[in-house]
Design a protein around this ligand. Structure first.
Ligand code: GDP
Ligand code: MG
Length: 607
């Protein structure tokens, strides 16, 4: 390529070969996978006022905020896209906000506004990235990051460690093995001792990704040209990518509003007429155009090298996203008839679970039947424990009765009522433990029903709410029924009744009774009362658990199922299947991510 090509021609030629790669890079960044996937970018580093923004400005044709002191206070990603059909368009985005504009003279204002928003007004710095994407027929395809300039002393209003902060920030960007470091150094300083160059050498000792740009050749001390030439010829600090010398607009030319196009022409004139640097034009080591060309080539080379790795990373990520998608349910179909079928399926599945649970065919959290058995065993224990108390009381009553009535009546006389009363009183004491057993079992069952509801309807909060409410109401009703039955049972127990045949089986055989004459039936009372109590215990030991199991588990499972099926008669399927918005959003996010990854992968394979 001849150096006399105009700027337009240079860009046209480049656009073709660089464009697809730059697009890819920008795509990756915009889909947010550059966090896992470091992408080649060009980072501009240098001392304050070394000319970084000036270089960027000439490369981009965009006037950036410039001046003395700290002007660049946040990393600025400058995405340049060549598009011959577009005059000039820009989008600036930061912290979730974005603005579009089409007046190049607005750039400064927008960048300053963004910096103030991120880093506050004043002289502080911030690590958050501002992205400025410029599409125009007059830019070449490059993505560059402008960083705050290195400074040694803090000025008023800056934290004392501002120098360290900036160096930290720069390190973060240049450490990345896939970034190309553009070190900007003015010709009129001691190039070899430049901090930026040192930092670059630390992370890239071979200089394979460091390109040095020497600025301000017009301000060089007469006589120092030779030293500069030695540097540019890679004889002092050896960088694999080498050096380029450029001349940008000086403060005076800026003040005079010299256009960038004009400045580029002037730059070329400057080198053509320069006694020492003229030769550099032919060596392709001078002018901004040459710099742009080098950069684009370097970028393409860099990206090409990382394509296989990128492709692998993308495939890995895609696999991961697909796995995550497979873990969350696919969600209801959109078509109404299908959606109804889906609802039927969801409810049927839930009903199956409830039914199986009620039969002891599945285990939810803990084995429900085992839990119930434990509770019923406790009930049995409670009945047995009450027995000894009963025996004591009975003995006491018999003794008292003996005391009072000895001798005043004939043997064999019985006061049935006294003993009936004792039985009634003691049996009635068992009602509370029975109620407590009911309450405990009800809690267990309700908890497990709710658990199934939560699991079955985890994506459908409305459905879960409805079923939870139903479960609660049904359990409440069922336990009211059981309570009534228990109350009834205890009222019946007040009759003190059993079939003669059963009672006879329980009466102790002769000789087992307490000592005493056959005629004195009173001595037999304790034995008879104990026998009756055994019958009561047997009756209640089974009756209470059977009532609870039947009403609280079996029947309530049936009612829950039938009430859930009632939902199918409603015509607001959409409402019933309202998804948890988080799940829906998460799924949508994953689907979009998968699409973008597939697209990125297609792009890579087509390059
Ligand atoms: P930054 O702080 O590194 O971004 O530096 P700037 O790009 O803001 O430049 C600092 C000053 O140097 C500005 O006044 C520029 O006009 C001036 N400058 C930059 N490049 C050149 C150049 O090649 N020649 C001259 N004479 N001045 C330049
Ligand atoms: Mg700057």
């Amino acid at each position: 390529m001849s150096h006399d090509d105009g700027p337009r021609m240079f860009q046209d030629q480049l656009a073709e070969k660089v464009r697809p790669f730059i697009d890819l890079v920008d795509d990756m960044r915009s889909i947010g996978i550059d966090k896992e996937l470091p992408l080649p970018t060009i980072v501009v580093v240098g001392d304050q006022s070394s000319g970084k923004s000036s270089v960027l400005e000439t490369l981009s044709g965009v006037a950036l905020p410039r001046g003395t002191g700290i002007v660049t206070r946040c990393p600025l990603l400058l995405q340049l896209c060549n598009d011959r059909t577009v005059k000039w368009e820009a989008v600036i985005s930061y912290g979730g906000k974005f603005n579009e504009f089409d007046d190049p003279s607005e750039v400064v204002r927008y960048v300053e506004q963004a910096q103030n928003a991120l880093a506050g007004k004043g002289v502080g710095i911030c690590e958050d990235l501002i992205t400025l994407k410029i599409t125009s027929s007059t830019v070449c395809d490059l993505s560059l990051i402008d960083l705050p300039g290195i400074t040694r002393v803090a000025v008023k209003g800056q934290p004392d460690d501002i120098g360290a902060q900036i160096k930290n920030l720069i390190s973060k960007f240049i450490k990345n093995k896939r970034t190309i470091i553009l070190v900007v150094v003015p010709c009129n300083v001691d190039i070899a001792t430049t901090e930026a160059l040192k930092m670059a050498q630390e992370v890239d000792p071979e200089g394979t990704r460091t390109l040095a740009i020497l600025t301000k050749p017009d301000l060089i001390d007469p006589g120092a040209e030779k030293n500069v030439l030695e540097i540019v010829h890679n004889k002092v600090i050896i960088l694999n990518m080498g050096y380029v010398i450029v001349k940008c607009r000086g403060q005076k030319q800026i003040d005079e509003n010299m256009s960038i196009t004009h400045a580029i022409e002037e730059e070329l004139e400057f080198f053509r007429n320069h006694e020492h640097f003229r030769s550099l034009l032919h060596e392709e080591k001078a002018t901004t155009k040459c710099l742009a060309n080098k950069l684009s080539n370097a970028l393409v080379k860099h990206i090409k090298k990382s394509l296989p790795k990128m492709s692998k990373k993308i495939k890995e990520q895609l696999g991961e996203v697909k796995h995550l998608l497979s873990q969350i349910e696919s969600g209801p179909p959109l078509e109404p008839a299908e959606k109804r079928k889906y609802l039927i399926q969801v409810i049927t599945d839930f009903n199956d679970q409830i039914t199986q649970l009620s039969k002891g065919d599945i285990i939810v959290e803990e084995n429900l039947f085992e839990l119930m058995r434990k509770e019923f065993t406790e009930w049995m224990e409670c009945l047995k424990n009450a027995k000894s108390h009963y025996h004591e009381v009975v003995q006491q009553v018999v003794d008292e009765y003996d005391q009072k009535h000895r001798g005043s009546e004939l043997p064999g006389f019985t006061n049935y009522r006294v003993f009936q009363h004792v039985v009634q009183k003691l049996v009635a004491e068992l009602k509370n433990p029975a109620m407590m057993t009911l309450q405990k079992i009800r809690d267990m069952v309700q908890k497990q029903f709710n658990h199934l509801s939560r699991e079955s309807f985890k994506n459908y909060p409305y459905l879960h709410q409805v079923s939870k409410k139903k479960i609660e109401t049904i359990q409440e009703n069922q336990s009211t029924i059981v309570k009534e039955r228990i109350v009834e049972q205890f009222q019946m127990e007040m009759q003190v009744y059993t079939q003669d045949e059963i009672f006879n089986k329980h009466i102790p055989k002769e000789g087992e009774t307490a000592a005493g004459s056959d005629k004195d039936t009173r001595s037999k009372y304790p034995g008879l009362l104990k026998a009756y109590y055994e019958i009561v215990v047997q009756r209640l030991a089974d009756q209470v658990p059977m009532l609870i199991r039947y009403f609280i588990l079996k029947q309530s499972a049936k009612i829950v199922c039938s009430e859930m099926l009632d939902l199918l008669h409603r015509d607001d399927t959409d409402n019933i299947l309202q998804e948890d918005s988080e799940i829906g959003q998460y799924r949508a996010k994953l689907l979009a991510q998968a699409d973008r990854l597939i697209l990125a992968n297609d792009k890579i394979s087509s390059l």
